[in-house]
Write a protein that binds this ligand. Structure first.
Ligand code: ADP
Ligand code: MG
Length: 693
């Protein structure tokens, strides 16, 4: 239950005076439906009215506040001409201009002979100073009521600044005083005001500096949000650890069989990682480990050996992939190795239906299947494991934290290993995963052929096709990726189909097409044909379709490379040159290139190190983009800026850890305040992990 003290903040904005259903809808669109959403809608700019020149000194285009006498009204002869009010001070005359004005209203506002303060933007007309539609017109005595610096809020079509600003002000007037959840010593060192004051100050910047993420009020609010985020993650994790108590310790016999069957020796990075995993599994608490490794760094075999620890101990393991194709790919890689170990592996995806599905479910339920590979279908309630002890989640950035926990709930105290091919800098790992333990596969298996990366404008397509024809005379196998852009996927699909048709004309029948709108079975058929070499050039519209492993693939052509992020380009390039033969990556771009796109392509040509590329990616795009919520299912922040407030994340992390060490159930005074914080930032799902109280 949300604490009573927060109730005013979670009221609908339409309960505010002056916010009717129409304005409410517009506010909802730009900020959200509740008062708290208005609070988080921080100003995007300011209007500074402090410049008070004389009329003659007021420059064209400037925002000014002038004190003038009203000399004369000039009502318009027709509706098409504006209403003018002539004013002056000792330096010169100023014309106030009103379109569609009401004479009565203007006579009241600007009586002839009176002195008025007018504030607005100057716009010269025929070299004469004018001010169209002043923002404020007030009597001199009321000067103090003029807002000299006004916040400017992001708007949406149909919403004008005034009603929004009024609604924000009304919401801010109702802010409750909340208990302090920050560590007092820390807050004092930062020199931060309390929450309510900080929020009010953030909405009342008195200069541009007040809009900067470095502004103390904004930093305080950002810290609060990061603290809520870290606390929620820490609670989830503490809860997982609390339910622990299972030690999984294999005798190594299955692992020995599999390593003997591998045509290669494990790298030392793989061995180190496996030692870390087996230590976790043998420990009393639950494993929650992130395995980071570049494309091709050999994560799959690590996953298998880790799963075998569970199987050796008599339990089961599951491997979850983000798509059907990848799940099937894993199955194909793992099946011979499982055969070598003498254990059964099954595939469970959404596509498996009827009797076949029932059979697989039965094998999972009675424990005959030691390992289950699949998609999110593995989560469904109908899936019962006899004894699931360990779960590997591949390509985690496609799943949300929630799903991860769901799968964890399938067994008692299931150990979780999350694999990601996107190396993420430490601070971002904290944001995304909380305090998961991290293993890094930072060494590539030997014998990887270098990949020759080139870039070329699409206008040289003729040369590219001629080059491909030469390569195809040999035994080249080519991916040709045409990106899909979400807003116009029909158009892009058409572009890919055109490309497919054109390449088919130029290169013959060995050209295939796979795209996101095909049925899974159709996709599989195309992928199989490509793997078998019946298709030699595969045109694909999405990245994920080429997530599969075809060791014979040697050439990767990326059309519209400028539309891809660095991480994606790196992933794509990693798909070729896997079979020990040198690969080629061709980045085709359309001019003009933006500065960033140019830098990305340059980076791709210069390095093949995933960790270097990840850092560069972050520099170019900003961390917020790297962790973009849409792809990642990661938390979106309302106030914190992952780049600008990066330094605060580790502090919030350590802070939570200390709090939970001394007060794991948040019962003390600070603990109670932190509960309020969780509700304020709607991380209250984590509250249920607390023991009652
Ligand atoms: P990732 O999933 O990390 O992208 P994979 O697990 O698919 O990488 O491995 C890429 C390729 O490297 C596979 O063909 C695999 O058989 C091979 N491989 C894995 N480990 C080694 C190793 N220690 N030595 C040589 N080749 C390896
Ligand atoms: Mg993989």
């Amino acid at each position: 239950m949300r604490p009573e003290i927060l109730s005013p903040l979670f009221r609908q904005t339409t309960t505010l005076k002056g916010v009717g259903p129409r304005i409410g809808k517009l506010i909802e669109k730009v900020a959200g439906p509740r008062l708290v959403d208005l609070c988080w809608h921080l100003p995007a700019g300011i209007v500074d009215r402090r410049f008070r020149p004389s009329v003659a000194e007021a420059p064209d285009g400037a925002m000014v506040t002038l004190t003038v006498r009203v000399d004369r009204h000039q009502p318009p002869p027709s509706r098409r001409v504006p209403y003018r009010v002539e004013c002056s001070d000792d330096s010169g005359t100023l014309t106030l201009v009103f379109f569609h004005a009401q004479a009565d209203y203007l006579n009241d506002l600007l009586p002839v002979g009176a002195t008025r303060v007018v504030s607005g933007r100057m716009a010269y007309f025929n070299d004469r100073p004018q001010m169209p539609h002043p923002d404020h017109v007030i009597p001199v005595e009321a000067f103090d009521s003029l807002p000299l610096v006004e916040p400017v809020y992001r708007l949406t079509e149909g919403l004008t600044p005034k009603p929004l600003a009024r609604a924000v002000a009304a919401a801010l007037a109702e802010l409750p005083e909340l208990p302090e959840w920050q560590d007092p010593a820390w807050r004092q060192r930062q020199g931060w005001a309390d929450w309510r004051d900080s929020l009010r100050r953030a909405h009342a910047p008195d200069a541009e500096a007040g809009l900067d993420p470095a502004d103390p009020a904004r930093r305080r609010l950002a810290y609060d949000e990061l603290l809520a985020n870290q606390l929620a993650l820490a609670l989830v994790r503490a809860q997982m650890r609390r339910r622990a108590g299972r030690r999984i310790d294999g005798d190594g016999r299955l692992r020995a069989k599999v390593t003997a069957a591998l045509p290669y020796a494990l790298t030392s990075a793989q061995n180190r990682t496996l030692a870390e995993i087996s230590a976790d599994m043998a420990g009393a608490s639950r494993m929650l480990r992130l395995l980071q490794g570049d494309v091709g760094s050999g994560k799959t075999v690590v996953a298998l050996l880790a799963m075998l620890i569970a199987v050796e101990s008599g339990a089961q393991a599951a491997l979850m992939a983000p798509t059907e194709i990848l799940a099937r790919q894993h199955l194909e890689t793992l099946t011979p190795l499982c055969a070598a170990a003498g254990i059964e592996i099954v595939l469970l995806t959404g596509r498996l239906k009827g009797k076949a599905r029932a059979q697989v479910l039965a094998r999972i339920a009675d424990g005959a299947a030691a390992i289950a590979v699949g998609t999110h279908a593995l989560f469904q309630e109908t899936v019962e494991f006899r004894d699931l002890a360990m779960v590997v989640i591949d390509e985690q950035h496609r799943f949300g934290v929630h799903q991860r926990l769901l799968l964890g709930a399938k067994g008692k105290a299931v150990d979780v290993l999350v694999m990601t091919a996107t190396p993420i800098p430490r601070t971002l790992t904290l944001t995304a995963y909380g305090d998961m333990d991290v293993s890094k596969l930072d060494e590539k298996p030997p014998g990887r052929a270098p990949i020759d990366t080139r870039s070329m404008p699409l206008s040289r397509l003729g040369d590219v096709v001629a080059g491909l024809r030469r390569l195809l005379a040999g035994d080249a196998r080519v991916y040709w990726v045409c990106p899909l852009v979400e807003e116009s996927d029909a158009l892009d699909l058409a572009a890919a189909e055109d490309r497919y048709a054109a390449l088919g004309r130029d290169l013959g029948p060995a050209v295939g097409l796979v795209h996101g709108r095909m049925k899974a079975a159709e996709k599989d058929a195309v992928m199989d044909a490509f793997a078998a070499g019946e298709i030699r050039v595969l045109v694909a519209t999405t990245v994920i379709e080429v997530g599969v492993d075809v060791p014979e693939a040697t050439v990767m052509v990326v059309e519209h490379a400028e539309r891809f992020g660095l991480a994606q380009l790196h992933q794509l390039r990693g798909r070729v040159g896997r079979g020990g033969r040198p690969g080629t990556c061709l980045l085709l771009y359309t001019e003009p290139l933006t500065e960033t796109a140019r830098a990305r392509i340059r980076t791709m040509r210069e390095t093949d190190d995933g960790f270097v590329i990840a850092e560069e990616d972050m520099r170019l795009r900003g961390a917020g983009e790297v962790l973009g919520t849409r792809q990642s299912g990661l938390p979106a922040f309302r106030l914190a800026d992952i780049d600008a407030h990066r330094d605060l994340m580790p502090v919030a992390h350590d802070d939570c850890r200390l709090v939970l060490e001394t007060d794991p159930d948040l019962r003390g005074p600070r603990g109670q305040a932190l509960r309020v914080l969780l509700y304020l930032f709607e991380r209250d799902a984590a509250v249920k992990y607390l023991r009652s109280g």
